[in-house]
Design a protein around this ligand. Structure first.
Ligand code: IMJ
Length: 259
């Protein structure tokens, strides 16, 4: 039983859930533990049942909506439904990223124009769409959190166009934070250490990369979705009321190392 949670009475939208390995699911469980009312979005119709099965774990009624961020009308409809059902939001967690497999397999020099645009659209532009709707749905202010990766600022082998897309995402965080700060909405990112998810399953040498990162990081352990979740709870909560435009590394300290 929850006695008093950091997100008690807050309506939190979690975007980009797919399955039990999703970072979004790790975040959802931590938000639930802190008393949040949760709303979920997933990309396609084939994700509907798996997502409904997951959220059955929670007591209470939780809304799950299909929202493919490439489709602006679907995004508008999603936020319209949320407005009708909940009136207002206090937090949004953006856990959405995608690049075409073919583009991730190529040398960065060979990145296709369409593939680059698609990765930017889904990974980075989508945060702007989300922030626009947040403005309308957060009359008392609120907090937006997105998930980034170290490949945004340093070269990680094979990350390629996703590195460019995450760099744009982190820049979006700063420009959006400046623009919607005056109406009380904070915007931050968490730079997550590598986590095994469906999105990392097909990546060449992912397991050996995980081992190297773990050995090198000060805390000598893998990063878990629950660690990303607890830091997200902090950024969503009033404890972080003085923080906006920031990128918080939740990576066991990996990013401080020079070698
Ligand atoms: C992804 C690609 C290359 C190297 C990578 C990653 N490293 C890590 C990741 C070193 C840690 C995972 N990551 C941080 C991501 O942001 C993954 C994004 C991603 C993964 C896929 C795989 C399947 C697909 N499209 C994808 N789009 C984005 O079709």
């Amino acid at each position: 039983m929850i006695l008093m949670g950091l997100l008690e009475g807050k309506n939190i939208l979690i975007m980009g859930i797919r399955n039990k390995w999703s970072i979004a699911w790790g975040i959802a469980k931590c938000c639930y533990d802190q008393g949040a009312n949760l709303i979920f979005t997933y990309k396609g119709s084939h994700e509907k049942q798996p997502v409904l099965d997951l959220i059955k774990e929670f007591d209470g009624n939780y809304l799950a909506l299909q929202c493919d961020v490439e489709n602006e009308e679907e995004v508008n409809a999603t936020f319209e439904t949320i407005k009708n059902e909940y009136k207002e939001l206090h937090g949004i967690v953006h856990c959405i990223a995608h690049a075409q497999k073919e583009d991730l397999k190529k040398d960065f020099l060979e990145t296709s124009k369409d593939g680059y645009a698609k990765a930017m659209d889904i990974t980075s532009y989508s945060l702007i769409l989300v922030a626009k709707h947040a403005k309308n749905l957060m009359p008392e202010g609120g907090s937006i959190v997105t998930i980034s990766y170290y490949g945004a600022s340093k070269v990680m082998p094979g990350y390629n166009l996703m590195g460019a897309a995450k760099a744009a995402l982190e820049a979006n965080v700063r420009y959006l934070a400046n623009e919607i700060g005056p109406i009380g909405i904070r915007v931050n990112s968490i730079s997550s250490g590598p986590i095994k998810t469906i999105s990392s399953r097909d990546i060449n040498d992912f397991n050996s990369m995980l081992e190297i990162v773990q050995k090198k990081s000060p805390l000598k352990k893998p990063v878990t979705p629950a660690e990303i979740g607890d830091s997200t709870v902090f950024l969503l909560s009033d404890l972080a009321r003085g923080i906006t435009g920031s990128n918080l590394y939740v990576d066991n300290g990996y990013h401080i190392m020079g070698i």
